[in-house]
Design a protein around this ligand. Structure first.
Ligand SMILES: C[S@@+](CC[C@H](N)C(=O)[O-])C[C@H]1O[C@@H](n2cnc3c(N)ncnc32)[C@H](O)[C@@H]1O
Length: 276
């Protein structure tokens, strides 16, 4: 099977989730339409002031975060995702909120975005559950750099790559510690799981997905090799969703922590394209 076929299969999975997710409590579309932001503290602090800025959101899903940046003052936002269903819902939501006419949603595989979009942006943003869907982290970093204006800012908040390893960790009979998610791997990882992070009880038809492991070192080095200057890399002992079901406690700020345990579940990174 080629990576193109793997991405096609992932797209079917995401089309189905994009249909299902707007009705979940996790995404709280009603709250969003009433004026609430879907962005969390890490994202707001990490991206900083967007007033009057143009912003590109990579892997925007059905657009809640993209549109929330308009409410933070962004002048123009573009959300891009390869799921036609997600993009259709994002456009519909944009039509239902004030400022929505300043949003554009582009249906495109991330790696083909250059064919669909000409502009450069003041800010490129992406978050939570994005890199594991991408086979090539170096090519991803090139896409980030391609769409930044000179001096433009990049921010990502993402599941920490080691947290994928912890999620599937087991100790075998010979006391060897193993995980279905290797920290270092260039091979695609195939999973067959029902439910979604937004609704564990949901039943989905397209359960098989293909994902890729990218270590923190590979991610940072890819951004540096693409020409960005990394300004800050932080690791956090909390997650944006109930990543370890039944073991986590939701904090007042909406993040999830594992009481009594202390290891990295999220990382956030700020970078910029040097001014020419
Ligand atoms: C976990 S979601 C991002 C969620 C986002 N943080 C949110 O909560 O709305 C991952 C997104 O990546 C998109 N995606 C996966 N592979 C992609 C690719 N190769 N090109 C573009 N989008 C992709 C999926 O369609 C999905 O919307």
């Amino acid at each position: 099977m080629t990576d193109e076929e793997r991405l096609d299969r992932n797209r079917s999975h995401w089309d189905e989730l994009a249909e299902l997710h707007p009705d979940t409590d996790y995404y709280d579309v009603e709250g969003f339409l009433d004026g609430e932001s879907s962005l969390d503290r890490l994202e707001l602090e990490g991206v900083g002031d967007v007033a009057g800025r143009t912003l590109l959101h990579l892997q925007c899903h059905f657009g809640l975060d993209t549109l929330s940046w308009l409410r933070e003052g962004a002048a123009e936002v573009v959300g891009a995702d390869f799921s036609a269903t997600a993009i259709e819902t994002a456009r519909d939501l944009a039509g239902r909120i004030d400022l929505g006419d300043r949003a554009t949603f582009v249906e495109s595989n991330l790696y083909a975005l250059d064919d669909a979009l000409d502009e450069e942006f003041d800010v490129v943003f992406t978050s939570y559950g994005v890199l594991n869907w991408l086979p090539d982290v170096e090519a991803w970093a090139d896409v980030v750099a391609r769409f930044l204006k000179p001096g433009g800012r990049f921010f990502i908040a993402e599941l920490h790559p080691i947290s994928h390893v912890f999620m599937d960790l087991r100790v075998d009979e010979d006391d060897t510690v193993r995980s279905d998610w290797p920290y270092f791997s260039d091979e695609p990882l195939t999973f067959d799981e029902d439910g979604t992070y937004a609704d564990f009880e949901a039943s989905v038809e397209h359960t098989v997905t293909h994902e890729w492991s990218h270590s923190l070192g590979e991610i940072v080095t890819a951004l540096v090799d693409a020409g960005l200057t990394v300004d800050e890399l932080r690791e956090h002992p909390f997650a944006s969703f109930e990543q370890f079901p039944g073991r986590m406690r939701k904090r007042a700020d909406g993040h999830w922590e594992i009481p009594g345990e202390d290891y990295p579940l999220t990382f956030s990174l700020r970078a910029h394209r040097p001014a020419e």
